[in-house]
Write a protein of this length. Sequence first.
Length: 245
Amino acid sequence: MTAVRNASLGDDERDRVRERLWRLRRDRGGAGVPEGGELLLPEVFLSVPTPWLWEGWTLPSSDRYVDEDAESIAHARTVLEAFLPGEPVPREVRAVWDAPDWDADTGIRRIGVPDVLRRLMSETRLVTRERMAAARAEAEVLAIAGVPGEVEPFIAFWLPYVREQFADAAFRWIAQVDEVDRIVPWAMELALCCVERRCAAEQAVWMLRWTAEVHQSEEALKRIAADPAVDADVRELASDGLPGS
């Protein structure tokens, strides 16, 4: 920890030291991390074993993707509705959540809070107040910039990010539904809401792009592409997905 805080190090050197420290601590596994505790997610999320997008949309009793049936589609919709925040995510919060984890110029891996959360909360049942506290402490050890000094502000800032991972996975799964009539128009309406509230916006737009043959998806893409209140990169992503682009 002393090395990563060494004032004589430049930013690139500090990132390298942080990555080495991260790998060392990661390889130690979950030693000292509390088991059990106060769950922080709505009950509807608990039937999805992992929040992280690349793990797929699975059920606890299965190692395969969920079957496309009325129950699973309704569940995906309920997850999205439960996730949707009441207000737009502030742009400064998004900037922290979306910070790149690689330096494009140097190729240096940048360890951030999401890395810590993924390690300590690899399963949905592990998203607890106690593990959030452990994640904050770990981020402090790694000298990750901008980590709140208290547990509650840390939870308030990062729990919505964890919840967003469920929405990302749900949109990705919904985009692969063969019978698109099952998702019209509610999926398109929820995608628009997510874009307007700057939450899971990119994955929402990708869902619209993957279903662009549906009139409602095309109209949603046009609306997003023309909305000056939407971030420029999301507008461009929507515009590029319009038929004929």
